[in-house]
Ligand binder design. Structure first.
Ligand SMILES: [Mg+2]
Length: 336
């Protein structure tokens, strides 16, 4: 097989700020795999938080190149990727694995969700994320997104929780909250009391990623479900967080690809946990890959294509939150 790749810059329409990061732009590495007359594409959206940059992705891909040259077809590449285990370079591995699934789907004339036995009708609507900003700006963005049944509000340590109440009252949408590790546990308990009274659906990652005891403590006092995101990158962490949270956020870019994401979702469900499929700042290429397995999930946060000034790909359609999965073989993604 032949592998080529290039780094592109994704620019959000508005600077996107969370408690952890501020993104005026973000690099994605787009991969193209060719073999047996089929072409597959994939995307790595590296995150420093998980130890990756565009440079680590490209050096991983350069290292894989000789092995990919020797792969006769995508099944060999999949075996190669899984034999490398689940450690390190998750976005880089996800890019190759997404491209391999694109080829498998094209070879067998099936959209990717069918390869996993999934029915698009089961996909939840995606939430729309409201990044951190001045309260009036957050409220204006929420008003613009009022067609979405659920809005996900990013919070940090300092933001007044009244913005959550204002958005809830103004839009009437369901609300989830993501603290991106920002709150000390005791403070999280107090804040979640207020958020429960406002009527939020769940709170994502209230405390530091490594603080599983903190998560457990917060959850014991919380009257709304608590989800782990940064605390749960892969299926390896599911047993560690299973008794500390009510749900987990699954992302291709932190777990390493579709197969591992499906494994995470099934393990989580077996332990009675809810699941949300989420994303980094990604184009509609990686977002569409994630959307194909969204039917397995209780919640979806796959809005990043909508946040871009100039999305280089077209794939899953999103109509006020409802996701319309492509029906073409493979990912069903093309250049915009
Ligand atoms: Mg999150």
């Amino acid at each position: 097989m032949k592998l080529t790749f290039e780094t592109i810059e994704l620019v959000p329409r508005h600077v996107f700020r969370t408690a952890r990061t501020t993104s005026a732009s973000s690099d994605s590495v787009i991969v193209r795999l060719e073999g047996d007359g089929f072409v597959g594409i994939g995307e790595a959206a590296p995150s420093r938080f998980y130890g990756e940059t565009a440079e680590t992705v490209t050096s991983f891909l350069e290292g894989m190149q000789p092995r990919i040259d020797h792969c006769a077809h995508e099944a060999e590449l999949m075996a190669e990727l899984t034999s490398r285990g689940g450690t390190g370079n998750p976005a880089a591995r996800a890019a190759l694995e997404i491209a391999a699934h694109d080829i498998i789907g094209k070879r067998f004339q099936r959209p990717v969700h069918q390869l996993f036995g999934l029915d698009p009708a089961d996909a939840p609507d995606t939430v729309m994320s409201i990044g951190l900003d001045e309260p009036d700006v957050m409220l204006a963005k929420a008003r613009d997104a009022a067609g979405f049944s659920t809005l996900k509000i990013k919070l940090d340590r300092d933001t007044d929780l009244e913005i959550v109440r204002d958005i809830k009252q103004t839009t009437g949408s369901k609300i989830t909250v993501d603290a991106n590790c920002a709150w000390p546990p005791v403070e999280a308990i107090e804040k979640i009391k207020v958020l429960a009274e406002i009527g939020v659906e769940f709170v994502e990652q209230p405390v530091a990623a490594k603080d599983i005891d903190g998560l457990r403590l917060v959850r014991r006092h919380a009257e709304v479900p608590v989800f782990a995101d940064e605390s749960c990158p892969t299926s390896n962490e599911i047993p560690l967080v299973a008794d500390a949270v009510d749900g987990v956020v699954v992302k291709l870019m932190k777990c390493g690809g579709l197969v591992e994401a499906v494994r995470m979702a099934r393990m989580a469900r077996d332990r009675g946990l809810s699941t949300m499929i989420g994303c980094m700042l990604e184009s509609s290429l990686a977002i569409t890959a994630a959307a194909h397995i969204a039917p397995l999930m209780d919640w979806a946060d796959l809005d990043s294509g909508l946040l871009l000034a100039d999305d280089p790909f077209v794939g899953v359609g999103i109509d006020e939150g409802r996701m319309v999965l492509p029906t073409e073989p493979g990912l069903g993604v093309r250049s915009a």
